[in-house]
Design a protein around this ligand. Sequence first.
Ligand code: CTP
Ligand code: CA
Length: 228
Amino acid sequence: ERLQPTPQSLAGKKIIVTAGGTRERIDPVRYLTNDSSGKMGVAVATAAQQAGAEVTLIAGSMKVTPPTGINVISVTSTNDMYEAVNEQFASADGLVMAAAVSDFRPATSADHKIKKDKDHPGMTLELVENPDIVATMGAKKRADQFLVGFAAETNDLKQNAQKKLTAKHLDLMVANDVSQSQIGFNSDDNQVTFMWPDGRQQQTPIESKAKVAEEIVDIIATDILKEK
Ligand code: CTP
Ligand code: CA
């Protein structure tokens, strides 16, 4: 019953996959980050490679090791990830944006360890917005390039994910409801709803991230790239 992507269905295609979380530096010993494990992105990179694609994995901080034979570019901050994606995108057929990107970064990064001030208890950290990587690629993608985005939502999953699908010019949105599930950032399993720009939606059962990744690769090969 396992869905088997056609062997070599992505042969000759160059695909960028981002994975993991970003780190936004506060001072030399502190940063802002999130719980992303990198598992979903690594699963997509693996499945795309097995389907014959030339894969570049742009990896933030991850709790898993990427498989061998995949070109890995390691990055730290959202700005670093943006620069790496931007550099690779023109020569790629598509981007799968599985990384959990920090929406904000500290307005300034101190060059010394920030000290407590006993006379002024409490602390306010000023944050500024990071670039939206996939939306920027969406604004400039060629007709023959595709974008896959992810959205984890706690409420109004379909409305929120649909808005992002449209606003970021995605060809596929992989949305998941994280409101009351055990299938979090570090899980080996996932349950997602695939959403297409034409309004089609398809929910998967709870299944392994490897299976979700194979389905994403299959949709890219048999659905998205056929239209390009
Ligand atoms: N994304 C991105 N660059 C950002 C933020 C998000 O490329 N600065 C990508 C994510 O990797 C994901 C998609 O956009 O593929 C949706 O991310 P999400 O955080 O759900 O959406 P946001 O637009 O950041 O909206 P929200 O305010 O709900 O966080
Ligand atoms: Ca966000």
